[in-house]
Design a protein around this ligand. Sequence first.
Ligand code: SF4
Length: 469
Amino acid sequence: MKLNSPLQVYKYLPQTNCAECGETTCMAFAAHLIDRSKKLDNCPPILKEAFKKKYIELLTLLAPEIREITIGVGERAKKIGGDDVIYRHQLTFFDPTAFAYDVWDTMPEKELVERVNKISNFKKFYIGKFLRVDMIAVRCVSGDAAKFAAAVKKVNETTTLPLILCSFDPAILKSGLEVVKDKNPLLYAANEKNWGEVAELALNYKVPVVLFSSDLDKLKSLALTFGEMGIKDLVLDPGTYPQGKQLKETFERFIKLRRSGIKEAQKDMAYPVMAVPLNAWLVYKDTAAASYWETVLASVFTVRYGDIMILHSLEPYAMLPEVHLRETIYTDPRTPAKVAPGVNQVGTPTKDSPVIVTTNFALTYYTVESDLSSNKINCYLAAVDTDGIGVEAAVAGGQLTAAKIKDAFQKANFEFKDKTSHSTVILPGLAARLQGDVEDVTGLRVMIGPPDSGRIPGWMEKNWPPKPK
Ligand code: SF4
């Protein structure tokens, strides 16, 4: 039974309200355990011998509905699964879908290394952080164990990304495992024919393993068998068919798996689910069409409920939507994406440079910052603390006010008379109605900028420097 209310969790805590966890009461700490914003180990008293039994019980009772599995080792190890809800708005989704891109063992070495480097080094800056991809799936195409092992060795020498070893032949999987046995790779895959030998590999090498069957009863039977053998780090692949009626059935299988894991609490099916959008390449021969449909499949199963997927296309038009959509689905709806409030320099501002106001909603802030820096506009950019709400809504909701703007500059120790020659501040066009208030509260001259930051360069040409009053 999963605990889902603070009162239930509270019964297992020491109940001393000692505040060592940073919360004033055990009940407040219990609420943080439920929404996973704190960990049980943040309560030092419960780690003591006297509470050992309750600690262990609570760890089990707080475990996510969908088992959380780690693939790989070190800094780029990746956790998958770990979800508690069917819909994101019920809490949030945890552990963003892991994207693995394939290489294969018949690739010439130079091409193999180039492709691995391209996958490992992919990054795209987006609202304050770099979006990356997560794994490399090494596929055996040759049918030759020695060749597969050599490819795995070369990939392992080239990247620290976690690996998926792909073959239905246990002898080939074993040859790859021997090369990276200390790297916790994911084995792909056990099916109704090879399951005994693959289970033996998973047990001997202590690695996670994918179970494959497009028949959910057979998949359940495999999961039960592996579970009874003590192999719990499982991933379920219910088959990804890229077209027509079979695609509809694929979609239904993903929904059934997640519902049975969470809503019906079937622990033997509560494992992360794998999608294989790469299968689009089996159907579509044209590169653009295959990339397009692969991206469509990746998008569908990022939303419903792929925890990990294997992909092929490294085209920017395929990868960028994939990583952006994942980022959107896996943001926490309880916490708006925001940046630290403050007054930041863009470029190298002088006393004659403008001072521009925006909010600390991350998407707004980085859009404005990017429009300024890409147009080489040296300035100061103030991110006013609006609890991560954008300009228009913050003005309407009272999170962006003259007092807040004044406060932002005061907290940043930004003195206009020292830093500027003009004592002028530029408000976003969507905050124009604050002009009078800001002038009264700050004593500054207030100019109204354009309604969106893309128009700042044109606005600057016409309006900056400000004409003397
Ligand atoms: S540290 Fe533990 S015992 Fe102390 S208040 Fe927090 S939850 Fe309660």
